[in-house]
Design a protein around this ligand. Structure first.
Ligand code: NAP
Length: 481
């Protein structure tokens, strides 16, 4: 299958924080891959901006190093030099007044103008204000803001209000890179471009849903930063919530940014409060790998793991819980959504084994794809015996060489910014609604003074999380890559 690459319009993209980790790891290598794919016009400009004093050539050398290190470029790549010629650099302190006029002079009239805020959130307001104040951004410009978008409802509201002073909502692209993953978009295609699943996509046929985002890394190196956040703020409020919304939402009337986001918002608003008995927090504790050591805070009560049972109060999902879990230092690095259907109401196969429930598993990583477990007859002459088999579709296999070379989430999302398509970005009211739901969960925990449950590094999380499921006569899927 050959995927079509549709070039975007000529653009000037300014990356604030171009000397930082995210720019090095994701943004610059991602842009290079899109350039190689023929999606970026050769006239486009990518301008790095940060406080570090350097000229265009020094930034090009820095970008080349990052692209080689993180973009899988080995040996000579003639297109790399071509790509680097698109790059420029302006030294700017987000809180100072120097450099802005030089940046303005570099922006070409007629090109799409986008500004990527790949800096600490505390600087978002400063940059927005100066872009507008120096007349660099206008009503057609776009700004891209990174996570975290606030640390609670009050700070998210304040940030939205600050950005709204200078930009309209249709100009603001709040990144949640989970939404840029191929499988996540495929979830919408599977649901809304087939008749097969949608009639079954409700509490009558779905027993429960499991969403798992498991990481093997700990927080060493950025422990003191993480310790102020924790798994609920860092993962649940944004990434897991977005996945939940895409599974639970009603069909939008059209695949249009506001229609899709309206439906997601309705889901968030329908989430019930989570009682303390439906949530388990954990901290990895071990001799070598120890959260308290990594966080440099022996008294820390911040969770590196959370599991929770979430209920959606609407007709479609009444009685079908969504179980969410995410954590660090777990057994394997994996992200998946599992839709566990109900068992057939009656078995006609007396002695041949009870039919098991169908499962649709959507893998986000590794090896993006889908797997549908169905019952079939065990092959052979042994009579009618039932066996469950997977119908497995790995996108890399199904799509051939194009599947293996799918754009990374960041690449896809940056191209959407240039196209002016906000479907895969969070709207301000969505982010606020998500915080309005998580705030009471976080506050109740902070008031409780309880400590997270310890779990072994390399395990599946705390035993309490297993009990959360067992209590409901259900079990988590195994965490494995
Ligand atoms: P980082 O490595 O600390 O880089 C920060 C960047 O901001 C540097 O380029 C720094 O360059 C620049 N900067 C700092 N103060 C500045 C100022 N006053 N004016 C202008 N530029 C300034 O951070 P990062 O990891 O790249 O993260 C950037 C943003 O992305 C953060 O909001 C983070 O939460 C988010 N994010 C990062 C990742 C990731 O994997 N790294 C993942 C998800 C989200 P100078 O020192 O040269 O000024």
């Amino acid at each position: 299958m050959v995927s079509r690459v549709i070039p975007v319009d000529d653009f000037d993209l300014v990356i604030f924080g171009a000397t930082g980790d995210l720019a090095h790891r994701k943004i610059l290598p991602g842009l290079f891959r899109r350039f190689k794919a023929g999606q970026i016009p050769a006239t486009s400009r990518i301008i790095g901006a940060a406080r570090t004093a350097q000229d265009d050539d020094a930034f090009r050398a820095e970008a080349a190093g990052a692209i080689r290190e993180f973009g899988g470029v080995t040996g000579e790549d003639p297109q790399l030099a071509e790509f680097l010629s698109l790059l420029g650099y302006v030294a700017i302190d987000a809180r100072g007044e120097g450099g802005w006029q030089e940046l303005k002079a570099r922006m070409r009239p007629g090109a799409v103008h986008a500004f990527y805020f790949s800096v600490a959130p505390a600087l978002f307001g400063d940059i927005a204000e100066r872009l507008a104040g120096h007349g660099i951004a206008d009503d057609d410009s776009r700004i891209v803001v990174e996570k975290p978008f606030g640390r609670d409802l009050a700070s998210a509201r304040a940030l939205n209000a600050t950005l709204a002073q200078h930009f309209h909502e249709h100009q603001i692209y709040r990144i949640d890179h989970y939404l840029g993953k191929e499988t996540v978009q495929n979830l919408m295609a599977v649901r809304f471009a087939n008749v097969l699943f949608e009639p079954l996509w409700n509490a009558q046929f779905i027993d429960h849903v499991q969403i798992t985002v498991a990481e093997t890394v700990g927080v060493a190196g950025r422990g003191s930063y993480y310790d102020k956040s924790g798994a609920i703020r860092d993962m649940v409020q944004n990434h897991l919530m977005q996945l939940l919304c895409l599974i639970a939402m009603e069909p939008p009337y059209h695949f249009d940014p506001d229609a899709v986001r309206d439906e997601k918002l309705k889901v968030i608003r329908a989430l019930e409060a989570v009682p303390p008995q439906d949530i388990v927090r954990g901290q990895y504790r071990g001799h070598d790998d120890d959260y308290l050591k990594d966080a440099e805070n022996p008294e820390s009560r911040t969770e590196s793991y959370v599991a929770m049972k979430v209920r959606i109060a609407n007709w479609r999902w009444q009685g079908t819980p969504f179980y969410l879990r995410t954590g660090k230092k777990l057994r394997a690095r994996t992200s998946e959504i599992a839709i566990i259907f109900k068992e057939p109401p009656h078995s006609i196969f007396d002695d041949s084994g009870q039919p098991k429930a169908n499962e649709l598993v959507i893998r986000l990583q590794p090896n993006e794809g889908m797997n549908l477990k169905v019952m079939i007859k065990e092959p052979g002459p042994g009579g009618m015996r039932l066996v469950q088999v997977p119908l497995d579709m790995s996108f890399a296999d199904a799509l051939g060489p194009d599947g293996a070379d799918m754009p990374d989430a960041y690449e896809r999302l940056i191209m959407d910014v240039i196209r002016g398509n906000q479907t895969l970005f969070m709207r301000g009211d969505e982010v606020e609604a998500a915080w309005a739901w998580t705030d009471p969960i976080i506050n109740a925990w902070e008031d409780s003074k309880r400590r997270p449950e310890p779990y072994d590094p390399g395990s599946s999380g705390p035993d309490e999380a297993l009990r959360l499921m067992h209590r409901d006569n259900r079990r988590w899927r195994e965490i494995r890559s």
